[in-house]
Structure formats: structure tokens, C-alpha cells
Design a protein around this ligand. Structure first.
Ligand code: SAM
Length: 337
């Protein structure tokens, strides 16, 4: 069975924020200081996440990505991966992480059935990394990447959220990581999800932060401070992964470069996903606020199939950022990105 929405898009991918908690406080994801975490009883349990995913698989979901918050802080992350990976119909379980706990967990996660990891890396500079993440240690991230490679969690993707005046100058250096590593580096436009406020001193203010994907490509092709010349990028077809990234390669490189542009070049026409929030709500669109509450129905013993159908029917044709409709109900960490 495959769920198909009003625009004939098959829904085969579920992203689950398994906890809203994180050990880092990236300025664009968890800005501010008075962060209110979900009360434990509002979070889905391992049994509840597994049950919801089982139903999703029955409805045609084949790929699951665990995210957060930080999925590796979940106390039962290995058990959860194992249970989801063994559900009939699930072909791939992957995970998005800041890699701070990956060195220890990469091997047990791979044994449990995890196939791949996406790792967030916004800068190559250790001090800037600490400032952006508000406490992160870039050496731990590199050790996590090495452990992921040893465990066979491949292909490895690196996610860079590009912010004007913060890390846009590092695009060439980040892109050149792909020359000698078989990694997929993805440059992502900053999305306006719960991050409009001040990020603190030394960070760009709200109207100056957005760096469109067209400017990323221009920056890569015309400017490289270390070599004084631009990078040549050749398109890769078909694109890497089943997601929205458009893919390129530096000629001869082992890895690839992707661009994800929710605003600049919007990719909603190919959206194949639903999102499950840390407190058990199905979210049809990352960038619009409507949700369907599965948790209360599950706990009341009510059927979930009609609620999946309701969420799929509510999937909009596209986000409405250009009409100034911004998501306001949640931070990115509760939705999972
Ligand atoms: N803690 C994990 C991590 O750091 O990768 C997973 C959760 S995080 C919310 C998932 C992804 O969303 C990360 O790659 C992060 O960079 C991205 N993200 C968070 N806020 C974003 C925003 N406002 N715009 C674009 N991407 C964002």
C-alpha cells in the first residue's frame, strides 16, 4: 500500500524527532537561553514510536530518519534503531546528528541496523564551531566521523546551514572536503523556523542572515580565499539520495556537493515525507504549522490510520513563506529539521 497525497505525491519517508533535547544550542536552531524542554510524559516512548512507525510502514513508508533535538542523547537509541530497522517494509533507517556522541555509538548503531548518518558541520574553525553550537567540540565531531566510517555508516553526508556573515566565506573550504573524502556535503539555506530573535553578540541580525543558494553557487565558482580561484562544479545525475538536494561534483573528487534551497528554488513538488514531532504529532509540512495529534489517539486506543490519512490530505502543495506565512508553533529541534 502507498499513501498518496492530493498532488499525487507518494509518501514513503518518515522523519522522527525522537527527543527535543540536545547537548548543543546552535544559534539558528535553539536560540535564546530559557529553553523549555517537553515534559517527559508528553514525549513518545520507544514502544509508541515503534508502533507509529509500524503503521507508517504498513501504509507504504520505506525510509525512516531519526532526528531531534539530538537523537544520540536518547537513552534507548540503539534499541529504537533495532526495533525500527526490523519492522516489515522498512528498507532504511538513518539518523541526523551533531556527532558529539557518535564515537561511542557508531558501531552499536550500525550493528542495530542503522544504515547512514547525516552530520551537521557549519564551520571548519574550532572556535567558530564552539560559538555557533554554543559549546560544541569540533574534535569530537571528527572522531565521530571517523567512527562512523569505520562502522560502515555510508555514504556520509555533512549538512552545512549557510548564514551570511557567519560561515558563507567557508563554502569553498567545506566543498573541498569532498575532493579526498567520499562525503556528500550539503549546503542548506537558513530556514525561518523559530529563530528570528537576536543570536547574541558577534552574530548577524535577522534581516542580514539569509544567503540564497544562487549566491552559494556564485561564491563557490568565483571565490576561494586559499587558492584565489573559483571551483568548477559539474552536475551529477541522478542526484545523490532521495531528498531535495541538487548534486554537483568537483571534477575528479571522491565526494559530491549538494544544495538544498527551500526558499531560493523550492522543491515542494517532490516532497515525499511526513514528520513526527517529539511529542507525537504528525506534521505534513516542515514550514507550515498544521499538525495531527497521534499521541493522544494512540494513548486512548483509537485507530491511527484515519489520522495518517488526515495528515497526508493536509499536505500543502508547497510552503507559503513567500506569502509571509511562517511556522511559529515550534522550534526546529521539536520538528527535527
Ligand atoms: N541535533 C542533530 C543535528 O545537529 O544534526 C539533529 C537535529 S537538527 C534540528 C537537524 C538539522 O536541521 C541539522 O542539520 C541542522 O543544521 C538543521 N537546521 C536546524 N535549524 C535550521 C534552520 N533554521 N534552517 C536550516 N536548517 C536547520
Amino acid at each position: 500500500m502507498t499513501l498518496t497525497d492530493r498532488f499525487e505525491r507518494p509518501i514513503t519517508y518518515l522523519r522522527i524527532s525522537i527527543t527535543d533535547r540536545c547537548i548543543l544550542r546552535c544559534v539558528y536552531c535553539l536560540p535564546g537561553t530559557d529553553i523549555q524542554w517537553l515534559e517527559p510524559e508528553k514525549q513518545l516512548s520507544v514502544d509508541e514510536i515503534t508502533r507509529i512507525t509500524e503503521i507508517a510502514a504498513w501504509l507504504g513508508v520505506k525510509r525512516v530518519r531519526l532526528t531531534g533535538g539530538e537523537p544520540l542523547v536518547h537513552p534507548h537509541i540503539v534499541e529504537l534503531v533495532e526495533r525500527i530497522a526490523s519492522l516489515p517494509g522498512i528498507e532504511e533507517v538513518s539518523l541526523t546528528t551533531n556527532a558529539m556522541l557518535l564515537e561511542r555509538l557508531a558501531h552499536p548503531l550500525a550493528e542495530a541496523g542503522l544504515k547512514r548518518v547525516n552530520i551537521s558541520l557549519d564551520t571548519l574553525d574550532a572556535d567558530k564551531f564552539r560559538r555557533i553550537t554554543r559549546g560544541g567540540d569540533i574534535d569530537r565531531l571528527w572522531r565521530g566521523i571517523a567512527a562512523a566510517e569505520r562502522a560502515g555508516l555510508a555514504p556520509l553526508k555533512l549538512n552545512t546551514v549557510v548564514v551570511n556573515g557567519l560561515n558563507a566565506d567557508e563554502l569553498p573550504a567545506l566543498a573541498r572536503l569532498t575532493v579526498e573524502n567520499p562525503w556528500h556535503v550539503r549546503f542548506i539555506e537558513l530556514m525561518p523556523v523559530g529563530n528570528a530573535q537576536d543570536w547574541g553578540s558577534g552574530f548577524p541580525s535577522q534581516p542580514d542572515r539569509y544567503f540564497p543558494v544562487q549566491d552559494m553557487q556564485t561564491r563557490l565558482s568565483t571565490f576561494d580565499p586559499s587558492t584565489g580561484s573559483g571551483l568548477r562544479l559539474e552536475p551529477v545525475t541522478p542526484p545523490v539520495g532521495n531528498g531535495p538536494a541538487r548534486t554537483f561534483r568537483i571534477p575528479g573528487a571522491l565526494g559530491t556537493i549538494g544544495f538544498i534551497s527551500p526558499l531560493g528554488e523550492h522543491f515542494c513538488q517532490n516532497c515525499n515525507r511526513l514528520r513526527l514531532t517529539a511529542d507525537g504529532h504528525l506534521r505534513p509540512c516542515l514550514l507550515l504549522d498544521g499538525e495531527v495529534n497521534l499521541r493522544d489517539a494512540l494513548r486512548a486506543g483509537e485507530p491511527l490510520l484515519p489520522l495518517f490519512q488526515k495528515a497526508v490530505d493536509a499536505k500543502p502543495g508547497g510552503h507559503e513563506l513567500f506569502q509571509q506565512h511562517y511556522p511559529e508553533s515550534r522550534r526546529m529541534a521539536q520538528i527535527g529539521g
